[in-house]
Design a protein around this ligand. Structure first.
Ligand code: ADP
Ligand code: MG
Length: 247
């Protein structure tokens, strides 16, 4: 299953409503293994909802989503496994406040993947090393800077050995001087071949790490292209208008 060729994640004709509000409209999106896709677009366009449907934090009303060729599980142990296979990093760091950074990273592997504690700690330290905060392992989240907390959140997601990582505006809540350190970790991940969907307006990251930019507005994928094309010659008025506001 894991080694089958073809795309890793496929959304076909996905529709999602919140009451009367049609938030995802006939979304078709296919993401290859190792591909990095940046999703960009105005607030309220459905970007977060799109991410949340992929790890089934949100259900969909019609259409189909597959991961590794399998439909997303609906419940139970299979759903817990899915959540571990789809790593998610949010705008707010969402670390467990009363656990140390090391405990934050080892909790999932110990509880969900049943990894022995000593091994989980060894792997966690290697991940914290990789994101550059090994020296913070014994501290609590509140003792870390925002950038360090976000890197801890990335390490925590990676500890579950995900097939894909979803990043939902991972740097928007950070002070400007901390944005680069988080983008650097993400750029390294991309370079190492991680499949990633990244909602961000960081164009530097999109240009250096993304293969594809997906522009989303009003619940629709309005256009998609390479970062170079998108940032220099967006095809739709909607995208050009959006870019004129963020550039
Ligand atoms: P984006 O991430 O692009 O800003 P969202 O996916 O967060 O967009 O939101 C898309 C639309 O769905 C918005 O109009 C938002 O207000 C609405 N929405 C998001 N989550 C909910 C919810 N849980 N209940 C009702 N409406 C929601
Ligand atoms: Mg959002």
């Amino acid at each position: 299953m894991a080694d089958s060729g073809g795309p890793l994640v496929v959304l076909e004709n996905v529709n999602k409503y919140f009451g009367e509000l049609h938030v995802l409209k006939d979304i078709d999106l296919s993401i290859d293994r190792g591909e990095v896709v940046v999703v960009i677009g105005p607030s309220g366009g459905g970007k977060s909802t799109l991410c949340r449907t992929i790890n089934r934090l949100e259900t969909i009303d019609s259409g189909k989503i597959t991961l590794d060729g399998e439909p997303l599980p609906q419940e139970g142990r299979a759903l817990a496994r899915l959540r571990s296979e789809v790593g998610m990093v949010f705008q707010s760091f969402n670390l467990f406040a009363h656990k140390t950074i090391l405990q934050n990273v080892t909790l999932g592997p110990i509880k969900v993947r049943k990894v022995p504690k000593a091994q989980a700690e060894e792997e966690a330290m290697a991940l914290l090393e990789r994101v550059g905060i090994a020296s913070q392992a014994g501290k609590f989240p509140a003792q870390l800077s925002g950038g360090q907390q976000q890197r801890a959140a990335i390490a925590r997601a990676l500890a579950m050995k995900p097939k894909i990582m979803l990043f939902d505006e991972p740097t928007s809540a950070l002070d400007p001087e901390m944005v680069a350190e988080v983008l650097e970790v993400m750029t390294d991940l991309a370079r190492e071949g991680m499949t990633m969907i990244v909602v961000t307006h960081e164009m530097g990251f999109a240009r250096s790490a993304a293969r594809r930019v997906v522009f989303m507005a009003d619940g629709q994928i309005v256009e998609q292209s390479t970062p170079e094309e998108f940032f220099t010659e967006a095809r739709t008025d909607r995208a050009r208008d959006f870019l004129s506001k963020i550039l």
